[in-house]
Write a protein that binds this ligand. Structure first.
Ligand SMILES: [Zn+2]
Length: 357
């Protein structure tokens, strides 16, 4: 019988396997490796065009991104601007504008521009929006107009009254209107302004509660100062535009400046101050809109008692995630006594409260 060459090789291998038993165990892994490379090679061959396209795409990506990511072309950390300058290109780029620590600190601060206005001398009873008056002046002025604060202490509204906020409160209630970075002032929102004193104004429906709160604080020996509760839309626009101008003077593009400004200043149409429901309250011994106010007697008194008069601490510490605004111990928002009692009692924010409605 004729034996083929392959047959001979096979027999030879079998004989080899019988004599060297250990080799049998090596054959399987060897086969696996051989098959792996065989299949990989086959796959690459079958998909060569597709893979070539992918490789080209990647190359193009690297080439293009080297124009936008300095990382690809500069290792000195100075980035593309440096290189453009060195190669004497006629492309004009804005100079580097790094934020100082001061700038970073003011980001996401609802009332920060207010603070700047005052610091620049627009303050106390000055230009539109920057006024501040203490409780004595306010109460005297109101008394002169025949309005007196309810000197009687307020009783607590029992919390058990509210079992289900969904049944008790209504999102369409004007007192509960939600205004923040995501929620603009509703188009159909209307209100009338009342004068607290001089150009200091608020929604007329909350004036009684404001007066009662100031009077109650006075009775407890706390002398509060109110700063620019109501801001006109134009004033908010002016604050915003000013901030943009400042950033642009430092060489930022309009878009960059706009973006940073919108972090630092509340966008016009998105501020509670524009509907006269927010008050910035400080005291005679601490007139700055700064975190430290929270540690003063007045700050503590407000945090503990303002709910009795329908106010909540709008931007509490540790709730930045919900409010999007840093801790502001001076910024109080009117929501009505019942809602304020519920919100303060449960230690939540207006945003969280809305979730429950
Ligand atoms: Zn405020």
């Amino acid at each position: 019988m004729k034996i083929t060459r392959w047959e001979r090789v096979r027999k030879g291998l079998l004989r080899f396997g019988r004599k060297n038993i250990i080799c049998r165990f090596l054959v399987m892994p060897l086969l696996v490796i051989v098959m792996f490379f065989f299949h990989t090679a086959a796959y690459l061959r079958a998909n060569s065009k597709r893979l070539a396209t992918l490789a080209m795409t990647f190359c193009l990506f690297v080439i293009y991104s080297s124009f936008s990511f300095p990382l690809f072309i500069s290792g000195d950390g100075k980035g593309i601007r440096q290189i453009v300058r060195e190669t004497d290109s006629d492309v004009e780029l804005a100079p580097e504008s790094e934020l100082s620590a001061e700038d970073m600190a003011i980001l996401a601060d609802e009332d920060v521009l207010e603070q700047e206005e005052l610091a620049e001398g627009y303050g106390s009873h000055g230009a539109d929006g920057g006024e501040q008056y203490d409780a004595d002046e306010i109460l005297a002025s109101l008394e002169g107009r025949g309005r007196t604060g309810g000197a009687k202490e307020r009783e607590d509204v029992s919390e058990s009254v509210v079992e289900s906020p969904r049944e008790t409160f209504d999102r369409s209630d004007w007192r509960l209107v939600l205004i923040n970075k995501q929620h603009a002032i509703p188009k159909d929102y209307t209100f009338n302004l009342a004068t607290i004193v001089d150009r200091l104004k608020c929604d007329e429906r909350i004036l009684d509660d404001v007066v009662d709160m100031l009077q109650a604080a006075e009775n407890d020996g706390i002398h509060l100062t109110i700063r620019s509760p109501y801001r006109t839309h134009d004033y908010q626009v002016m604050l915003f535009q000013r901030k943009i101008d400042r950033y642009m003077k430092r060489g930022m593009s309009y878009m960059e400046a706009y973006q940073l400004s919108s972090q630092a200043v509340t966008l016009p149409g998105y501020s509670e101050h524009e509907v006269g429901l927010a008050l910035d309250i400080v005291c005679d011994s601490y007139t700055l809109l700064e975190e430290g106010f929270g540690d003063t007697e007045a700050g503590k008194w407000l945090a503990a008692n303002s709910y009795r008069y329908g106010f909540i601490l709008r931007y509490p510490k540790g709730k930045e995630y919900y409010t999007g605004i840093e801790y502001e111990p001076w910024h109080f928002r009117y929501v009505g006594v019942e809602a304020a009692t519920y919100i303060t009692g449960h230690g939540i924010t207006l945003e969280e409260f809305w979730e429950e409605l």
